[in-house]
Design a protein around this ligand. Structure first.
Ligand code: NAI
Length: 238
């Protein structure tokens, strides 16, 4: 299996790339900053908001990996605020990365995926797609779009033999959340509040999310397309 993971330089993306490689895949990590990507993973610099950058990185990955079977659209950025407090520039920026980034990668990857007999796209969505969370209007809108896009793409490409699914993590213990906690007035209280929000009373790990992505990417999930798999400590269902 040959896989491209965006945002593969950190957190959930890096954990996913490592797991896929452990299971025998050849993996390219596309990231603004691939400096944390170690052998045998292939680190490639790419900006998902720039189609030329995406096209060049996907072409390089396909050449180095010898094809493409799996695309993991995981690169994403967050935003806190309401419709009144986030600027329109922030709206454009977050939607550009979180939603249009998937569109750009998919455009570059689909011609290669059509040639694979085990083709899959897995998008990293979020609990924010379906839960009404305060101070997350923009982020939630972006992830709602990711979930809808996942379903629509699953329908568009089912006849091509390409499965399209998403994973919806709850709050996950990654460098992203580390930065959020560092910026909080009381990091310990903020962490406790995030843990309490999930019925299991803890954050999920990057490895737990990676395991769900790897499942959806693998032929074991051959009958599954157009679904959202929640890895959220029970937040959605309980
Ligand atoms: P992270 O910040 O540790 O990793 C994100 C990676 O994406 C970084 O390496 C960053 O350089 C890369 N990236 C950002 N913008 C990019 C761009 N324009 N082009 C290429 N790469 C870019 O974050 P984490 O937590 O691993 O998040 C990964 C995904 O998981 C995101 O889509 C996020 O929305 C989603 N998610 C995270 C949750 C969490 O609690 N950590 C919960 C639910 C979803």
């Amino acid at each position: 299996m040959a896989a491209v993971v965006t945002g593969g330089g950190s957190g959930i993306g890096l954990a996913t790339a490592r797991l896929l490689a452990e299971r025998g895949a050849k993996v390219a990590c596309l990231d603004l900053d691939p400096s944390g990507v170690e052998e045998p993973l292939l680190g490639l610099t790419a900006d998902v908001t720039d189609q030329d950058s995406v096209d060049a990185a996907v072409a390089a990955a396909v050449e180095r990996l010898g094809g493409l079977d799996v695309l993991v659209n995981n690169a994403g950025i967050g935003a806190q605020g309401t419709v009144e407090t986030n600027s329109l520039d922030e709206w454009h920026r977050v939607l550009d990365v979180n939603v249009l980034g998937i569109v750009r990668l998919s455009r570059a990857a689909l011609p290669h995926l059509r040639r694979s007999s085990n083709a899959a796209i897995v998008n990293t969505c979020s609990i924010a797609a379906t839960a009404g969370l305060p101070q997350r209007a923009l982020y939630s809108a972006s992830k709602g779009a990711v979930q809808s896009l996942t379903l629509a793409m699953a329908a568009d490409h089912v006849a091509d033999g390409i499965r399209v699914n998403c994973v919806n993590p709850g709050t996950a213990d990654t460098p992203w959340v580390g930065r959020l906690l560092d910026a909080a007035d009381d990091p310990a209280a903020e962490r406790a509040a995030l843990e309490a929000r999930q019925p299991m009373g803890r954050l999920v790990s990057a490895q737990e999310v990676a395991a769900a992505i790897a499942y959806l990417a693998s032929p074991v999930a051959a009958a599954t397309t157009g679904t959202a798999l929640f890895v959220d400590g029970g937040m959605q269902g309980l």
